[in-house]
Write a protein that binds this ligand. Structure first.
Ligand code: HEM
Length: 470
């Protein structure tokens, strides 16, 4: 990005408006700019990493075949092949549904390419169908993903630079709608409102955290919805984290005494926000039952690397288009793909440098994040005036060091709460499942991302604790 100074006050990258358009017929000559602006990191002032408008809930009629096949899986409530309540007739229903998927024609993706929101919806629909297809079959059968899914999905992935698998963006970032729709802004018809639907309107705001529902869940349970919405609420609440980051970095650019005073006060706000995020995480326990999560929700989200090592997913028809490449990234959906928590790590200078497993995993998880968010994190990493160095250089400034360390401490507490959540939702139910099967031993349980779950989340907690300044 030549001639773009990320830290200049007027065009600070965290303050730039977010070019986006509501889908629908665009006025003649007006392009969908969501992917065009080089400085657009798809981070919104009011909704952070969440899109400023509820995600597209249905593709135009050209792709109705995909929407219809997903609808039918959702309404039939297809069951996991080995689910605890799956009957013989459930399996017959799934087999009939899979036969329809096998016959899907290869729809063109050409007209999707001009619209980021359509591409996202296409990724969402195709990966949901793909996961239904894979997990309604026995786990020891090699999944052969039919060409009607493979070819368009891989083409959409080429555009979005995402792996062909369910990601955090498919079940959290772009899987929500408003429970009670908000009143549309009065100036909705204006050109500016069309380009900047939220920033142009004085009535629009971050959705209330209790005003959210999910577009899709595998099980149709409130538990699954609450599991996704816990992350969604965290992302929305996290908007203030991004605001604090922007304000802090603006002041770091000036760097005088007034700037230090302001940075101190911004950092004093941060622990409150991180505590709220921690509460939103632990509140998942009110709506999502751990046994149901472990046995009925989580298996749908797994990737190739969570299953038996010998079972490789086959993408049928890939050879029909020479531009398509064999997918290598096939890890399951994980909140480890949340750009918000990574942004906090980068901003506060939390280093996982002594923890190669974490470095490798978190680096890999970036490939599962929307590409604009990935670029945002890279940009943040290249910040020439990192906060930690500034605090170290001004450690005697009243309150600064304490505010910084308090922020790290609350991030550590978030990770501690997360460890307890992993214990309640994964380690505990896994142990009980082993006991039911009469198995002995404490074998390490893998996370959806294919990691040894508990050791991993404890490691990132320790990295956080070690990042305090003495
Ligand atoms: C019931 C709820 C949750 C469970 C059972 C859970 C479980 C896990 C597991 C097993 C991992 C290890 C990596 C993997 O294999 O995926 C992980 C990583 C991670 N999770 Fe969660 N998680 C939950 C909710 C959340 C939420 C709501 C967030 C925040 C949005 C979150 C953020 C993270 C992050 C950032 C990592 C990467 C490790 C780190 O940076 O500490 N998790 N989670």
């Amino acid at each position: 990005m030549p001639n773009f100074d990320p830290l200049s006050q007027s065009q600070h990258f965290l303050a730039l408006p977010r070019p986006d358009v509501t889908l629908g017929p665009l006025p003649r000559g007006l392009a969908d700019t969501t992917t065009v602006a080089a400085h657009d990191f798809d981070v919104d002032n009011r909704t952070g990493f969440m899109p400023p408008e509820p995600p597209l809930a249905r593709l135009p009629s050209e792709w109705e075949t995909w929407e219809a096949i997903l609808d039918s899986a959702l309404t039939k409530r297809l069951k996991l092949h080995n689910g605890p309540t799956t009957s013989v007739s459930d399996r017959a229903d799934s087999a009939a549904w899979r036969r329809v998927v096998q016959k899907l024609p290869v729809l063109s993706t050409d007209d999707l390419k001009t619209s980021e929101v359509r591409l996202r919806r296409a990724h969402h629909v195709l990966v949901w169908v793909m996961h239904y297809y894979i997990y309604t079959q026995p786990e020891d059968i090699q999944p052969i993903i039919p060409r009607g899914i493979t070819i368009p999905l891989l083409r959409v992935c080429q555009q979005l630079l995402l792996p062909p698998i369910m990601t955090y963006s498919d079940n959290v970032l772009y899987n929500w709608a408003l429970l009670r729709p908000q009143t549309p802004p009065s100036d909705q018809g204006s050109f500016e409102a069309l380009l900047f639907p939220l920033s142009a309107s004085s009535t629009a705001s971050t959705p209330a955290l209790d005003n959210l529902k999910c577009l899709a869940t595998f099980t149709g349970t409130r538990d699954e919805e609450e599991f996704y919405l816990a992350s969604a609420r965290i992302e929305f609440r996290g908007t203030e984290v991004l605001e604090i980051m922007r304000e802090t970095m603006d002041e770091a650019f000036v760097g005088d005494n007034t700037a230090l005073r302001r940075i101190t006060s911004y950092l004093q706000r941060l622990p409150t926000v991180i505590k709220d995020i921690t509460k939103l995480l632990t509140d998942v326990r009110h709506g999502c039952d751990p046994e149901l999560f472990y046995n009925q929700i989580r298996p749908w989200l797994k990737g190739q690397d969570s299953g038996p090592a010998s079972i490789k997913w086959v993408f049928e028809g890939i050879e029909e288009d020479p531009t398509l490449v064999q997918p290598t990234e096939l890890s399951g959906s994980s909140a480890g793909q949340s750009s918000l928590i990574s942004a906090l790590d980068i901003f506060l200078g939390v280093s996982h440098g002594d923890n190669p497993t974490a470095v490798q995993f978190l680096k890999r998880m970036r490939m599962y994040m929307p590409r604009h968010h990935r670029n945002f994190l890279r940009h943040l990493e290249n910040n020439p005036r990192p906060l930690k160095a500034l605090v170290e250089a001004n450690r005697d400034y009243p309150g600064l060091l304490n505010a910084f360390n308090a922020s790290i401490e609350t991030l550590k507490e978030f990770r501690e709460a997360h460890i307890r959540i992993v214990g309640v939702y994964i380690t505990g139910p896994a142990r009980r499942a082993r006991e039911r099967l009469g198995q002995t031993g404490e074998g390490a349980v893998k996370g959806t991302g294919g990691m040894s779950a508990m050791a991993f989340v404890k490691g990132t907690r320790d990295d956080t604790a070690a990042s305090k300044l003495s």
